[in-house]
Design a protein around this ligand. Sequence first.
Ligand SMILES: C[S@@+](CC[C@H](N)C(=O)[O-])C[C@H]1O[C@@H](n2cnc3c(N)ncnc32)[C@H](O)[C@@H]1O
Length: 304
Amino acid sequence: MQKHVFFLIIVFISLSNLTSDFFGATVDVSRDSPALALSYQRLSRPQFRQGKKLIHLLKIKAGEKVLDIGCGSGELTAYTAQFVKPKGWVLGIDPSPYRIDLANQKKDKNLSFRIGGSDDLSSLPSNFYDVVYLNYVFHWILDKKRALEEIFRILKPGGRLGLCTGDKEQHSKNFKILSESIQAVLGPTASKDLVVPYHISKEELQSLVIKSGFIIDSLMVEEKTNYVKSPKEVIEFLEASDFGNFLAGITEEKRQRILSLFKQKLSETMTSQGIPMKYRTLILIGHKPKTVVSKAFLKIDLKS
Ligand SMILES: C[S@@+](CC[C@H](N)C(=O)[O-])C[C@H]1O[C@@H](n2cnc3c(N)ncnc32)[C@H](O)[C@@H]1O
């Protein structure tokens, strides 16, 4: 009995360090702000570079209709538009109105933007797009299965899917010290997943994409190191790329304690090039088969 009471006290103490929101690690785009959107635009050169690679792997051609889901401030969307000219076009959607405001400053007749996310693709037509891609967005999507099923629906038969997403396996020093800083303040039960709660592994991604009906053409893991000038800039980037969700849902006092520890540990990793930020990305290229066998038919066939 005494053991049970002791256990309950420990659980209570651990839980009281987290608000219910943080404990559920809910990502909420309404935490974004105009300042965070601008800051992401300024600091996201590495994501843009990786995105350019994705676009080249997708071999986007003149005349194609392309959808960029989670386009942010639209840098990559605008880059993609040059390949579809003169008759094709690219549509960028993002749930953050602040990022769409910035994107709309890019003017091109082959380019348009609107507010929207992976949860509300129902207004988009079926069997329509040649290419759908998501650059550093998939790890922010909770219902990945639904998103992939909807992308499958809106792609033409033979249409291509491109994904760049954070790998659940991040063997980097910066992730480790961030987890250590969080655990030092919130307790040892606080998980590293609280930073990017919906990260996915290579195996999970592979299985999910195949189950959604796609054929995978390539799936690579790439580890890159970017150098950042100061601990302050590392935090600015995390806040901007997480559209306000970085360490959201905890008290300001705890947040400041985590940040101060994190900054201190980050500055110890400073090199002559800057602070190394290692990040592992999964890069997937797939396509919707030209002939789609309906799921209902497959079930009947399997039974017989
Ligand atoms: C790290 S940024 C990537 C932006 C851009 N794709 C790039 O390459 O720089 C993540 C973006 O995903 C958007 N986002 C978050 N949840 C989303 C969802 N469920 N569907 C679509 N976009 C989402 C955010 O608003 C943010 O702009």
